[in-house]
Design a protein around this ligand. Structure first.
Ligand code: GAP
Length: 468
């Protein structure tokens, strides 16, 4: 069992490694940061892009009848009315009467062991809140005197296209990425003529005015969501939903996540339009098991709403029966920040070594690692070694692209550095490569494995195949 302080320490270590090694920086860092916003650094953007590539491959290229999209972020103001976000997309907040600090009541209730569902009404939340007020203290001043909870809308407003001084109707930033898919359902039908069941897939940004962004990338105000929306015949949702759930769980295992850190959780209270909803939970450091991805049977709600609000017929014409109907939508949605955190946490290990020292290593799936391999000359002041290492570097770079050149410090330090960013292999060009000590070893290099630390001699001509 891992206790809480160990889990907190692991989160702190991951946050620190992420900054130290160029994965994730606090947003607007030189100005003291901006809560709930993070920037991905040189190693982070590589890891993030690799996650996206594997996700896209699994959800577009490996599937039949799945199509990608990339919708504009700004949308017509009616979209968020049709989707229910302007009226119902909120968190219950209360103010401390002593110092004005705002708390998120559902989270505070959770912390004292009371489950408040996100679908509860303001009155229901307040009823629960009143039963435990004596246990909830203000995080700033320590008082227990709060206003009643009230709904706080999470949509982020912009002034796009508004040139009046009064402020016209706001154009919102997207509260969820999937609306861009629903808005293009008809365009895809008209341009691609897909037959049901078919999927539309998108990675796009979403923004939420979270009152208490926390736990690093877990709860942020700006996020990217990777969504699949499977359109099915109304009575063909159940089997497809089960297949989808398993498919998504299997994908996490396929990218190297430990199955013991994953589990399904069914939602107890469904929003009124949903037929079923599950989370895939990950055992996050500091939090324990919590939502990584949502899998939702959204029925015909989204397309029906957009049909009503836009006045455009969004029904599908069934080529077999000649019937027109609104397909049901089965959705999978994962925040890439949360996924990035899960990948980092799962790969992160601190190991004691035989020489009494320790190392930190990211045991990332090779297809996710920022660099596939690092190349270095044993000594950077020996021109023959550097020249040979440069040749090997150029050859591998042509093949893989993401190859690191590392000649800083001694070889031991280079290994530690590459371990910390998860590089699966390190190649060292030494005097044996030049054939100075043993002619039979000429044009071979040392290849060190990140996970075992074992070293092998491999001929330069066989390196590409070996690494693949
Ligand atoms: N379209 C469905 C939808 O947006 P959601 O459960 O609100 O559903 C889907 O969000 C996923 O987006 C979550 O499972 C989580 O991975 C991610 N997510 C939601 N809010 C987030 C936040 N504030 N910060 C980071 N990720 C978030």
């Amino acid at each position: 069992m891992t206790n809480n302080s160990e889990k907190d320490r692991k989160m702190d270590s991951i946050v620190s490694l992420a900054k130290r090694r160029g994965f994730v920086f606090p947003g607007s860092d030189i100005y003291g940061g901006l809560a709930g916003v993070f920037d991905f650094g040189p190693n982070g953007v590589e890891l993030l892009n690799n996650i996206k590539k594997l996700w896209w491959k699994a959800n577009v290229y490996d599937k039949e009848n799945y199509y990608g999209l990339d919708a504009g972020m700004f949308k017509h103001p009616r979209v968020w009315e049709a989707s229910g976000h302007t009226s119902g997309f909120s968190d219950p907040l209360a103010d401390c009467r002593e110092c004005g600090t705002r708390i998120r009541v559902d989270k505070e209730l959770e912390a004292v062991g009371v489950t408040a569902d996100e679908k509860m009404s303001e009155a229901e939340i307040n009823e629960l809140f009143d039963t435990v007020r004596d246990k909830i203290t203000c995080p700033k001043c320590g008082q227990k005197d709060f206003t009643p909870a009230r709904a706080f809308n999470l949509l982020v407003k912009s002034n796009l296209g508004d040139f009046t001084s009064e402020g016209g109707e706001p154009v919102y930033l997207p509260g969820e990425a999937c609306q861009g898919i629903y808005l293009n359902f008809k365009n895809v039908l008209d341009s691609m003529s897909p037959k049901l069941p078919f999927g539309l897939v998108q990675i796009n940004k979403a923004f939420r005015n979270e009152i208490s962004p926390r736990n690093f990338l877990f709860r942020t105000r700006e996020m990217e969501q990777a969504d699949t929306q499977l359109f099915v015949k109304p009575n063909e949702n159940k089997v497809a939903f089960e297949t989808l759930k398993q498919d998504r769980m299997d994908w996490y295992v396929s990218i190297g996540i430990n199955p013991d850190n994953l589990r399904f959780k069914q939602h107890e209270n469904l929003v009124f339009y949903a037929a079923d909803a599950w989370d895939i939970e990950y055992n996050f450091p500091s939090l324990g098991f919590d939502e990584l991805e949502g899998i939702h049977d959204r029925t015909d709600y989204d397309l029906s709403q957009h049909m009503e609000f836009s006045g455009v017929d969004l029904r599908y014409l069934d080529p077999e029966t000649n019937e027109r109907y609104i397909p049901w939508i089965l959705e999978t949605s994962v925040g890439l920040g949360r996924l990035f955190l899960a990948v980092l946490a799962d790969a992160y290990q601190e190991e004691e070594l035989e020489d009494g020292k320790s190392r930190t290593v990211l045991k990332l799936h090779p297809d996710l690692a920022p660099y596939r391999v690092a190349v270095s000359p044993l000594l950077k002041n020996k021109p023959q070694l550097v020249e040979k290492a440069r040749e090997v570097f150029a050859m591998l770079k042509k093949e893989f692209g993401n190859v690191a050149w590392d000649d800083n410090g001694n070889v031991g330090k280079r290994y530690r550095r590459q371990d910390e960013i998860g590089t699966p292999h390190c190649i060292v060009i030494d005097f044996e490569t030049l054939g100075e000590e043993d002619e039979s070893l000429k044009d071979t290099v040392t290849v060190r494995d990140r996970d075992t630390g074992k070293q092998e001699r491999v001929a330069i001509t066989e390196l590409v195949g070996y690494l693949k």
